[in-house]
Design a protein around this ligand. Structure first.
Ligand code: CP
Ligand code: NVA
Length: 301
């Protein structure tokens, strides 16, 4: 593994390796065992969109591993004034040991990896969110023990989260059911990917149908970063695509709920379901730290 650009870059074995290392780093952290595996290393973090979890978990993670992180906002970098990503990649490669980038276009992340000579980590694009999904898989395995035989359901927008959950969930062996309104389906490349998995993947416009017998239920915001102008139109299009008591009633009795956060209570999830599953959701948020530490140890050391 040279970069983490999207989930489809990872094999099942590579995902398991990352999750095993993440579990070990979480254990070491909980038991006060120092793990300064990235002493002297620097991770640059380019943010062209807002972030709470990604920024703080990468920065803290680098610090705990003995290295340091540089927060590089779009406002401060010349990239924000039009310097080409190809040049930025070659310059930053001379200073840093790795780059994490959160941006709009997936092509920008791919260009950074192509022109640079250091590992690139995708911290979210409009297309995908692999760091989040590694933390999600880690959390599911913590709660359920394994992936085989589990059904993962995602209800809502066929966005970056849906795209990465589909690929990640199928790769580790889960059944994946997605419910999206027509017109808000996952990316065509992801739907192409699912073809190799036959009836382990289902796509429907009925949230209830997707939730039947689910072991894990995911949702995400109806309007992602960059889609603020469409928020009103999306609020109408997504009526009924909410994780609520009726959805939970058809899932397994012990079904988990996951949300990458930030959450909009009363839109994609009710406050009741959110609070009933808050422990699982905040364990998921915590696992961003451990899963990403595993990724940077694998890529930077
Ligand atoms: N889930 C997630 O990526 O959160 P942030 O936008 O706060 O980084
Ligand atoms: N789909 C959301 C995820 C935020 C972590 C967004 O892109 O804004």
């Amino acid at each position: 593994m040279k970069h983490l650009l999207k989930m489809a870059d990872l094999s099942r074995d590579e995902i398991m390796d990352i999750l095993n290392l993440a579990d070990q780093l979480k254990y070491e952290r909980a038991h006060g065992i120092a793990h300064r595996r990235l002493e002297g290393k620097t991770l640059g973090m380019i943010f062209q969109k807002s972030s709470t979890r990604t920024r703080v978990s990468f920065e803290t993670g680098m610090y705990q591993l003995g290295g340091q992180a540089l927060f590089l906002s779009n406002r401060d970098l010349q990239i924000g004034r039009g310097e080409p990503v190809e040049d930025t990649a070659r310059v930053l490669s001379r200073y840093l040991d790795g780059i994490m980038i959160r941006t709009f276009e997936q092509a920008e992340v791919e260009a950074l990896a192509k022109y640079g000579s250091i590992p690139v980590i995708n911290g979210l694009t409009d297309y995908c969110h692999p760091c989040q999904v590694l933390a999600d898989l880690m959390t599911i395995r913590e709660y359920k023990g394994q992936f085989d035989g589990l059904k993962m359901t995602y209800i809502g927008d066929g966005n970056n989260m849906a795209n990465s959950l589909i690929v990640g969930g199928l790769t580790v062996g889960m059944d994946v059911a997605i419910a999206c309104p027509d017109g808000y389906r996952p990316d065509p490349a992801v739907l192409e990917f699912t073809k190799a998995y036959g009836d382990k993947f289902t796509l429907t416009s009925s949230p209830t149908e997707a939730a039947v017998d689910a072991d894990v239920i995911f949702t995400d915001v109806w309007a992602s970063m960059g889609q603020e102008d469409e928020a009103e139109q999306r609020r109408k299009a997504f009526v009924g695509f909410q994780v609520n008591d009726e959805i939970m009633a058809v899932a397994h009795k012990d079904a988990m709920v996951q949300h990458c956060l930030p959450a909009h209570r009363g839109e994609e999830i009710t406050a009741e379901v959110f609070e009933a599953h808050a422990d699982e959701i905040f364990d998921e948020a915590e696992n961003r730290l451990h899963a990403q530490k595993a990724v940077i140890v694998k890529l930077l050391s």
